[in-house]
Design a protein around this ligand. Sequence first.
Ligand code: NAD
Length: 373
Amino acid sequence: QPAPMKLLITGGAGFIGSNLVRMALADGHQVLNLDALTYAGNLASLSDVEAHPDYRFAQVDITDAAAVDHTIADYQPDAIMHLAAESHVDRSIDGPGQFIQTNVIGTFHLLQSSLKHYRSLEATAKDRFRFLHVSTDEVYGSLGEEGLFSETTPYDPHSPYSASKASSDHLARAWQDTYGLPVMVTNCSNNYGPYQFPEKLIPVVILKCLRGEPIPVYGKGENIRDWLYVEDHCRALLSVIEKGTPGETYNIGGNTEKRNIDLVHLICNLMDELAPRGESNELRATSDEKETDSPLATRHSQLISFVTDRPGHDARYAIDSSKIKRELGWEPSQGFESGLRKTVQWYLDNQSWWKNILSGDYQLNRLGRATSS
Ligand code: NAD
């Protein structure tokens, strides 16, 4: 078991970040969660660990250079895991500015503060210090029917989101090459699992099923994504921070390529089994939809509704993660069908978590916290 570290995790109130904070604490690390609590940040995702003696939270925006500097100098982390980002492709198309601010400028400030901190460390702490920049496979662009993204695939981003992440990846590597900051970069495929914000594909489908509303699927649903269970991603990130080599990039993938339409059908089938339409769910009971006698009429897949494709929609992403397996011994452990089943069950069992988001109450709660501290 590696020695416990003082970790600074940015974006720890988000989907992957909250799962990572929980896993890092369970592994015996100390965690400072630095998060601005944007619309995507939700401290309710960490309610089970908020009283943990090794956990602290700082509401800081990474675009605020002075606040980032101060927080890092005050906490003196052994390592930084940088996940804070604007992460939703559709939002990046409607409003790219915030993506440039957070993903590019914010990462720049974090790198500068990290470098200042790194330079102030004693030799042994310097040897141990790592900056892990967490990124996406979307920076590599789109694949045809064949091939996989490897660590040496040239960058070819198409959306404002992926372009902003690509920029931040380049900045992170430049701070290693130019200033000697011990940087590692990971590029990961699509994550799924508990605590994913209900604007992303899998939770959208589950909640539309529960409400009996049309399930929007872009184009013909033929775009292919590789899916990885969020805890497998977090385990990979902890392996990299503990054992990775500075200057290296690691691709992380689930070896699970799915067409969007097939994924949506899988979720609908799980919902047919776990939350049959017309049975005792309260959202369904409030809808005025008419029942028919035919069992087929109550299949969730009947809600699927094709909508105009997203502009610049990449056809296929797939990851070659043989390097991280070979060098760090990591590989995904969660099977896809059982992981998807666990995920659907989690959204069914944790309705107050997402209902507070849909109603906006989670943000009222946050304002309360912010003004009272
Ligand atoms: P998310 O949107 O669920 O969470 C992002 C978190 O960052 C939120 O808690 C938010 O409050 C915080 N944040 C946003 N702007 C901030 C700012 N200016 N200052 C401080 N905090 C800020 O995102 P996620 O899906 O958990 O993704 C986390 C990271 O992993 C991102 O860098 C993303 O690019 C990367 N990634 C995500 C996926 C995926 O499938 N979700 C796949 C590969 C890589």
